[in-house]
Design a protein around this ligand. Structure first.
Ligand code: RNT
Ligand code: ZN
Length: 420
């Protein structure tokens, strides 16, 4: 009741500047965020959970309650999703196959993910996918699909081909196109002599992967770039220029990860450029702190700028919004809830801008009014609209979700003390 009253007041205030809050809420209802499953178990997965995380990425922290099995991960996700408004997608990695079979990455088949499809179907959710090109003996050299060793290359080519078929299976079974994102940690710790050959090998290998026809209505491929990783500080094969150039010339999507650029470089300014030359874009919204640290997404300036880039010129229509972070130092379910809700809040705030008015001021060269208005908008009562959105979706308003996570922590997570 209080929430509704506050919403009505906010609605009137927004109406004065020509913003329709109900329309913003409709847009929000349609927004699905691809939730990164790997936040739930520190990127370990179930196929090789004893193998150390590799590929130059790192989780730190040892908070109690890491999900150790697919059913634990699903139970945890159910708790998180019950605290997040709207209907979302789950982003799976190949290592999250749910099978008792001893199966390697180059042997994976759709059937190994059947339980995930059942789970998603029941919840009317879509699934996204990723080949896992790390944490595996075949990635030990620091190179996967661009390795100079044909055996290694072929192993990863086969894995990626299979990943796309699994993506197609997700898309078909759930009637919702799956985004299959390809990320390769390949690179050198120290300065290479030949910067070109690994890139030529990677492009040729990817061409082989994508030569396999899978139905584009059900699977969209994306290629993710990166500036450096731990142990690959001097050179990354799939750099920004490589991945963007490859994606644009092969008609696949490019994946921009917020942590994969130099520390002061932001992806919010890249979105409109990339989408001039590719049909679709995948985002890995993350929070780099001094490096690609994959901190939980917070409601900061860059998150708001990303949302504005998506909403102001409607590029959201061609963008798949995924999250990519992994923090093992706090409750992992809370990490999901905080990150997804923040992404949604930023999008809502962007939907509540008087976009036409702002664009007009800009075109007229009235930069004084543009700045004045954009700054005043920051303290408009968007929180009241957000609270109402949560209430309408039957999820806790404001921090009321936290006690539910704490309850689950003491009842369920606290008993997960051993590795199984
Ligand atoms: C690594 C990339 C990649 C991974 C996930 C787990 O730097 O961001 O997207 O984080 O695939
Ligand atoms: Zn990423």
């Amino acid at each position: 009741m209080k929430t509704l009253k506050a919403y009505e007041l906010a609605k009137a205030q927004y109406a004065e500047i020509g913003v329709d809050t109900d329309k913003a809420l409709d847009a929000m209802q349609k927004l699905s965020v691809s939730v990164n499953c790997w936040q739930g178990d520190d990127v370990l997965g179930f196929l090789f959970a004893d193998t150390a995380l590799s590929g130059g990425i790192q989780t730190t922290g040892n908070y109690l309650g890491r999900a150790r099995t697919a059913s634990e991960l699903r139970a945890d996700l159910d708790v998180a999703l019950s605290l997040i408004p709207g209907t979302h997608r789950l982003n799976l990695h190949a290592i999250y196959a749910d099978t008792s079979e001893k199966v390697d990455l180059n042997e994976l088949e759709p059937k190994h993910f059947a339980s995930w499809v059942d789970w998603a179907k029941e919840r009317k959710m879509g699934l996204d996918f990723n080949p896992t090109c790390f944490s595996h003996p075949m990635a030990d050299s620091g190179f996967t699909i661009s390795s100079s060793d044909k055996n290694i290359r072929d192993f990863w080519i086969e894995h990626c081909k299979r990943a796309r078929r699994i993506g197609e299976y997700f898309g078909k079974s759930l009637n919702s196109k799956c985004v299959t994102n390809h990320w390769f940690p390949d690179g050198y710790k120290d300065i290479p002599v030949d910067r070109e050959a690994p890139r030529q090998r990677m492009a040729a290998a990817l061409d082989e992967v994508f030569a396999d026809k899978v139905d584009k209505n059900y699977n969209l491929d994306a290629l993710e770039s990166k500036v450096f990783g731990i142990g690959a500080e001097s050179y990354t094969v799939s750099s920004n220029e490589f991945a963007l150039g490859y994606a644009a010339t092969r008609d696949i999507a490019y994946c921009l990860d917020a942590g994969h650029f130099h520390p002061t470089e932001v992806i919010s300014d890249k979105i409109s450029s990339v989408l001039m030359f590719t049909k679709e874009l995948l985002l890995h919204v993350s929070r780099p702190v001094r490096w690609d640290s994959d901190h939980v997404v917070i409601f900061d300036d860059e998150l708001n700028a990303i949302a504005q880039s998506l909403v102001r010129t409607n590029l959201i229509e061609r963008t798949h919004v995924g999250l990519d972070y992994f923090d093992a130092s706090i409750n992992r379910i809370a990490a999901w809830v905080i990150g997804v809700r923040n992404m949604q809040k930023a999008m809502l705030k962007a939907y509540l801008e008087p976009i036409d008015m702002l664009k007009k001021l800009e075109l007229e060269g009235d930069y004084t009014s543009r700045l004045a208005l954009v700054e005043e908008l920051k303290s408009y009562p968007f929180g009241a609209v957000w609270d109402y959105f949560c209430e309408k979706n039957n999820v806790p308003v404001r921090e009321a979700w936290l006690s539910q996570v704490q309850d689950y922590e003491s009842k369920v997570l606290a008993s997960r003390r051993i590795n199984i």
